[in-house]
Design a protein around this ligand. Sequence first.
Ligand code: NAD
Length: 543
Amino acid sequence: MAHDPGHIELHDPETDPLATYVLEPDDVRPLLRRVVSSPGAGTTTSHAPFTGSPIAAIPLSTPDDVARAAKNARAAQRLWAARPLRDRTAVLSRVHDLVLERQSDVLDLIQLESGKARVSAFEEVCDIALVARHYASRAGRYLAPRRVPGLLPGLTSVRVLRHPVGVVGIVAPWNFPLTLTLGDVLPALVAGNAVLLRPDPQTSLTSLWAAELLEEAGLPDGLLQVVVGDGPTVGAAVVQHVDHVSFTGSTRTGRVVAAQAGERLVPATLELGGKNPMYVAEDVDVEVAAEGAVRACFVGAGQVCVSIERIYVHEDVADEFTAAFVRRTREVRLGSGLDYRSDMGSLTSAAQLATVVEHVEDAIGHGATVLAGGVHRTDLGPWFYEPTILTDVPAEARLGREETFGPVVSLYRVASDDEAVAAMNDSDLGLNASIWTADTRRGAAIAARVRAGTVNVNEGYAATWGSVAAPQGGVGASGIGSRHGREGLWETTRVQTVAVQRGAHGVLGGPGVGLHRLFDLGTDTWPRVYTEVLRTMKRLRLP
Ligand code: NAD
């Protein structure tokens, strides 16, 4: 059929060959109007991974549009920051309710744009509800002025304040269209900032839907500006106009963005790639660990920054675990239905498929063995690839060290916890890790030795990611800074120290006791007096 932009038909060959899902042009047009662009703007066409068919022609922003969006955001931010915090948290609280209420709309959109299974899309809805609720209830505490000990106890009163930075720029990838946009927009807004958001062009409709949701939740005009365009032009323009950059993407692009932000001396939070390991200890129930591994490796077709790509299994259970893992992997249901009947969807793009195929072929060329999968499923859609397990992957294979970002995992045997920890830490990347053991105390102790921003014991990734009160971020080449929790909120604030020196103008009609008095003691006396003061303070165990 000829495709009207914004009209797509999706067939679900697995469940019903005649099933048709349609995204009506009228649903899409109001969303497209939210892009900051100029009359006569060019367009970019996104394609549905399930079919390869065009979804919508989305207007493109130019660097001038980005500058205009930033200016408008800046004007709106001043008023927003002056509003009481409860007005800001009220918006988040309503977002929580609305995203749960409207979930079926956004689940469809996320699936259409990313090609993921509905169950993975639902994780994004849950994430937004968790983040919105958390910051709605905790932002006040996180942003409250903090009293700290002053220079002269009793005389110097010090408070540390947190102010919004101004305009936060968010440059997001395509793999979590809702989580990695709205999930970062919410804390930035509640801190009193405006946001300039550049979603990936492949998944911008979901972001535009989120902008609509925020408006309905009561967000004043102008505070969220959405621009669309490629990374090197529009993404880079965002970096040029904001006071803080939140970038999520590959380590390679993260270095470019960090350099651009560094040039402007604006801070950047960088959430980058991973080559995340899992360790399966010898005391596990192998069926439980295998089930956990399937989800941890193949969620979102492995296009999840925190998903697992390397598994180290204790040799005592290696055969048993491998058999269970392979069996369960072969049972994973692939499909393109906009329902909960499939476990795994498609890869999101031809480029992503090409990387997966290249990594698997390169590993096989280096002597690796395929235990499950390794098949491009053109019968299901253009970019479906079976969940794949490899073993005997040598160190020279690209798959051994580089992030694949697909449904591919390699298995290795280890003889001890020490060997497992050494192997897990043998990477420049350090985003997420997972440990499976029946002894949770042992698991926690191993976890603390792993060089990764998050470590899950008896879970793949959801326990840390979903515990939104705790920071989530990588170490080493996996990034700088974090999202979630107090730390995540603080990323988009600047600190200010205000010290009030008491008694400068006299105490009870007597002489002043301000710092100037100390300096007034004369060049000989004040060093002697202050030396005694310092000694006394230590004796009194003052902080
Ligand atoms: P990518 O780095 O190629 O692109 C990410 C985004 O950056 C894209 O939208 C791209 O258009 C944009 N971009 C490209 N050049 C740019 C530039 N010069 N300035 C500004 N923006 C630019 O990554 P990708 O392949 O699209 O995304 C997958 C990667 O993201 C994986 O490495 C994955 O691990 C990582 N990721 C990390 C997290 C995390 O929280 N740590 C979460 C999701 C994805």
